[in-house]
Design a protein around this ligand. Structure first.
Ligand code: AHR
Ligand code: AHR
Length: 502
């Protein structure tokens, strides 16, 4: 049976939270220094404060609501106080996550100001490696306090009279990982994070706290949620998918994330039952992307050069977040500049990677209300992929890898009702490397759509096509088509179809 789609504008899943299109900037490789912050740029690309204006513009076009900072692994040996105050007094330190040196010329105040220029909210991750609760409380006081106290006054002295009102604070980063400074087991982490949460809330009851989860399909998530559910607002999970040289594995990888989200949703419910909680706890998927750490090692700056296959994988990732709109309320692509990123800079400019374009289409068009959407495809023939979805390096780290075959149809889609209720938008990825499909799309029994449909397509002849400073081969093209009930979907393509309800 050839794939077909049914989508009904009356069947609402949940509002799409715009925060699923959030970003992440870490002190890593060329993300901050010479990426978004490039004082002394000799080509007129930095403003008076050293911020790259071309980077700001490219990220503004991605509609980014929140940016997570300053790591990642970096945060686990970060001393925030080194990064505030007069720049000439800021110490250089050894940096233990990526084995470099940290100049501290960019810190809290520079990041907040950059977020303001971007129009995004800052989200800080706390150092639960070398950092103490006292350091964390001091950072929160520095950022959010209006009292006449030491760290609030330090902020004023540094030229920032008004509190920043940083709302989102994460209780550590990947504390479960052997690469983490201050790695702990789930029980030890939970006990510590519980005490931190209590104290942080005493200082500022308005903050949103995020527990450090793993992939969502790990026992770490069960154990930490059990203890931390009473004191957190979000549970964070991370996953990177990777091609391992195989396009099918690359584009099907996000199915593992979808399964992880479903498992996390159940673990949250279980934790709520155990602690007799009624309020919502949702998923903050605050690191996701395509990343092959062998191809682009972190210590070398993780500059992935993405191709069309990777763009299709990113589109499938974003379909997952729209489909899971009921439980995923924040997601941060890792990362936003140079490091495993949709944009790559040089001293003279930037180019947008293949992955930039699906991200932009989602952030601008896939807003509103997520709709129940079903892709029909038989399991019998080659409409459905049944190979592995969890990359081997993730599988090595966990004891449980979820079966995800039922989620891995070649046609992968999500749908929304636009915020004004006048359009149905369908994001559709054909993940098959060589097969085009004629895809019938049926709307709910009462819905009718106009004859003209706008199609925003990301496609190129070769799955290995990429963009570069010399030009962009893979980008969005837009056209109008006559709608006759069936969409002719090219092989290895991504598109957002915009239907107007009549
Ligand atoms: O985003 C790159 C790194 O991947 C982050 O620092 C870490 O949290 C994850 O392992
Ligand atoms: O070109 C298809 C995929 O295979 C890409 O992700 C590439 O990195 C891998 O070789």
């Amino acid at each position: 049976m050839a794939p077909s789609i049914r989508v009904d504008p009356a069947r609402h899943v949940a509002p799409v939270d715009p925060r699923i299109y959030s970003g992440f900037t870490e002190h890593m490789g060329r993300c901050i220094y010479s990426g978004l912050y490039d004082p002394g740029n000799e080509h007129g690309l930095a403003d008076a404060n050293g911020y790259r204006t071309d980077v700001l513009q490219a990220l503004k076009d991605l509609n980014i609501p929140i940016v997570r900072y300053p790591g990642g692994n970096f945060v686990s040996s970060y001393r925030w106080q080194d990064g505030v105050g007069p720049k000439e007094l800021r110490p250089r330190r050894p940096e233990l996550a990526w084995l470099t040196e940290e100049s501290n010329q960019f810190g809290t105040d520079e990041f907040i100001q950059w977020c303001r220029l971007l129009g995004a909210e800052p989200y800080f991750c706390l150092n639960m490696g070398t950092g103490t609760l006292e350091d964390a409380l001091a950072w929160l006081e520095y950022c959010n306090s209006s009292s006449n106290t030491h760290f609030a006054n330090m902020r004023r002295k540094n030229g920032h009279a008004e509190p920043y009102g940083v709302k989102y604070w994460a209780l550590g980063n990947e504390i479960w990982g052997p690469w983490q400074v201050g790695q702990m087991n789930a029980e030890d982490y939970s006990k510590k994070a519980f005490q931190w949460a209590k104290a942080l809330r005493l200082l500022d009851p308005s903050i949103k706290l995020i527990s450090c989860g793993e992939t969502g399909f790990a026992d770490w998530d069960r154990v930490t949620l059990k203890t931390l559910a009473p004191v957190v607002d979000f549970h964070s999970i991370h996953l990177y998918t990777v091609s391992e040289g195989n396009h099918d594995v690359n584009v099907m990888g996000p199915a593992a994330a979808e399964k992880g989200i479903e498992i996390t949703k159940s673990l949250i419910e279980l934790a709520k039952i155990e602690s007799n909680l009624t309020r919502d706890i949702t998923v903050c998927f605050d690191e996701w992307n395509v990343w092959d750490p062998v191809r682009a090692p972190g210590e070398k700056g993780a500059e992935e050069h993405y191709d069309l296959s990777d763009a299709l994988a990113v589109a499938s990732w974003l379909n997952v977040f729209v489909r899971k709109a009921d439980v995923v309320k924040i997601a941060c692509i890792a990362q936003s500049v140079n490091v495993i990123s949709p944009i790559i800079t040089s001293p003279t400019g930037l180019f947008k990677q293949t992955t930039y374009y699906p991200l932009q289409l989602f952030a601008t068009l896939m807003q509103g209300t997520a709709l129940a959407l079903h892709v029909t495809a038989s399991d019998q023939d080659d409409d459905t992929y049944t190979g592995p979805t969890v990359p081997a390096f993730v599988a090595r780290l966990t004891t449980h890898t979820p079966p995800a075959a039922r989620l891995t149809k070649w046609i992968d889609a999500s749908g929304v009702l636009s915020p004004d209720g006048t359009q149905i938008r369908v994001a559709l990825v054909n993940r098959h490397h060589s097969k085009a499909f004629s895809v019938p799309i049926a709307f709910g029994p009462e819905a009718k759509v106009a004859e003209k449909v706008t199609v925003h397509e990301v496609w190129s002849e070769d799955l290995r096509d990429r963009n570069g400073f010399e030009g962009e081969k893979v980008k969005t093209t837009t056209q109008e088509i006559e709608w006759q009930g069936v969409y002719q979907c090219k092989e290895h393509s991504f598109q957002v179809l915009v239907f107007t309800l009549v």
